[in-house]
Design a binder for this molecule. Structure first.
Ligand code: NAP
Length: 482
């Protein structure tokens, strides 16, 4: 068994297999260390905005989180410690950048090719592969004329240049998503001038995220029932966000009203309020959580620019009004190529068929996990499994268990591999897409949708529904390959 990726998904898959007695597990990681998104995203203020008691594995609960939503270092430390504690670490091979996975119809195995940083190629054989590369791992840069002409310094938020001192610099931040709202308040007091380029305003809800008070920390640490109750409350809180998105004309209006009240209270500067205000349905794009972002935009050294950027000049971004914004540094908070999933990796399944062709109309997979024609290939955090109101870790655990159960089915039936039936994958995809009807997700553009408007990233429902759908691996859904 070969797992690709050591984020929360890869570690969950390896843990589940090891816990069920499968020892022939290799986990390949392109980076020099385990961690996935929590290794790469080290920007100032990087933290999770999902409560830690729920943004953690059910099998490895901690009662000593420093705060409601943990910072990046604490989360990465947690993932490290879980991988060590459950014996995953010794199965990990780092510096192994996978470039291709080829299914061999004769041997009924996958050949997985990787390159290390010295470009030495290695090919490994596996009965089954788990692609745990996630959706948010490839930084996206804007397609701007003159991007390479910029004479100053630049970097993407997910590749933060900690060697570059921002103190006293004129800095441009492009993008105002979940990432930027975390780092803008951190860097604003340091820089001489900060120009924040916003393409679309956001619905924002409060998040102070101070360390737990002594009493709360003591209660959570010392009273297991208090911690269990807290985790249960968090699951309902997250579910309520999904409910607001699923029902934009009723519950969504409550979420909107909460956000309006909060944003009005924070946005004292009327010009900034006008510019920052979102003009789409609450919950369509990701709702952001920050009590520090809007105050940062109103600092005297910060300017919010909503004129579209037309090109990059050697001096800085130029906007549609002809203004050139001269800066020393540009920070791209422009998100990820979420719909590339594992690409540019070359994935060739049965009959020499490529996954790129299979997904030419948009990525899709049965329960986000299996794709017809790609035997014993399993995706974690695959198409339609992102959540806007839940914890990805909950989904990843459900997927890891599903993969293990599928492998047990292969073993128990004496088969070599399994392949999801075309009609099963087609039906489940249709049902998933139908469930988006009437939800907030369909009411604006976002990174959840592809060019044709199809929602390819998100799960349309609640966490518990995904858990129910993936609890059992139905043998009738698959062709067993002997
Ligand atoms: P993002 O949500 O995709 O935001 C990218 C931002 O860049 C948006 O404001 C976008 O504007 C803007 N943008 C993109 N291309 C642009 C262009 N050509 N010109 C001007 N603006 C442009 O990316 P992100 O903030 O990195 O977050 C990605 C996802 O990561 C989040 O949705 C979330 O799921 C996850 N995340 C989670 C946490 C957490 O705490 N759990 C923290 C950070 C990130 P438009 O809105 O107009 O597209």
């Amino acid at each position: 068994m070969l797992i690709i990726g050591t984020g929360f998904g890869g570690v969950a898959a390896a843990h589940d297999l090891l816990a069920h007695g499968v020892t022939d597990v290799t986990v390949l990681e392109a980076a020099p260390r385990l961690g996935g998104t929590w290794h790469y995203n080290r920007y100032p203020g990087a933290a999770c905005d999902v409560p830690s008691s729920f943004y953690s594995y059910s099998f490895a609960q901690r009662r000593d989180w420093s705060r409601f939503c943990s910072p990046q270092a604490e989360i990465l430390g947690y993932l490290d410690s879980v991988a060590k504690e459950y014996g995953v670490t010794q199965h990990v091979i780092t510096d192994a950048h996978v470039t291709g996975c080829h299914w061999d119809d004769q041997t009924r195995t996958w050949a997985v090719t990787s390159h290390d940083s010295n470009d030495v190629e290695t090919t490994r054989s596996a009965d089954a592969i788990v692609l745990a590369t996630g959706q948010l791992n490839q930084p996206a840069l804007p397609q701007l004329d003159g991007l390479d002409d910029f004479a100053g310094h630049s970097f993407h938020s997910a590749r933060w240049d900690h060697g570059y001192d921002l103190t006293g610099k004129r800095v441009a931040v492009i993008g105002t998503g979940a990432t930027s709202v975390q780092f803008v308040p951190e860097i604003a007091p340091e820089v001489e001038r900060l120009t924040v380029f916003q393409r679309t305003g956001n619905w924002i809800l409060p998040r102070k995220n101070k360390p737990y008070s002594r009493t709360v920390a003591f209660l959570l640490r010392s009273v297991p029932a208090a911690h269990r109750l807290w985790r249960w409350v968090m699951s309902w809180y997250l579910g309520s966000l999904t409910a607001m998105i699923r029902h934009p004309r009723t519950l969504g209006l409550l979420g909107r009203a909460w956000s309006v009240a909060f944003m009005r209270g924070q946005l004292k500067d009327h010009d900034v309020r006008r510019k920052a205000w979102p003009d789409y349905t609450f919950g369509c794009k990701r709702v952001l959580f920050s009590s520090a972002f809007l105050p940062a935009l109103q600092r005297p050294n910060v300017e919010l620019v909503t004129e579209p950027i037309t090109r990059m000049t050697p001096a800085g971004p130029q906007t549609a009004d002809g203004r050139v914004h001269e800066v020393d540094c540009v920070i791209f908070g422009t998100g990820f190529r979420a719909q590339d999933f594992m690409f540019p990796m070359e994935i060739i399944g049965a009959g020499g068929h490529s996954l790129r062709e299979e997904w030419s109309a948009g990525p899709k997979a049965h329960l986000g996990i299996t794709v017809p024609g790609f035997p014993s290939m399993f995706l974690l955090y695959g198409p339609n499994t992102n959540t806007s109101g839940g914890s990805m870790i909950f989904f990843l655990e459900a997927q890891a268990a599903y993969v293990r159960k599928a492998l047990e089915l292969i073993r128990d039936r004496g088969a070599a591999a399994l392949d999801v039936r075309v009609e099963v994958a087609g039906t489940s995809d249709r049902k998933v897409q139908e469930r988006f009807a009437g939800t907030a997700w369909t009411q604006c553009d976002s990174w959840y949708r592809n060019e044709s408007g199809r929602i390819v990233s998100n799960w349309p429902g609640y966490m518990r529904q995904y858990a129910a759908d993936t609890r059992v691996v139905d043998p009738g859904d698959f062709t067993l390959i002997r």
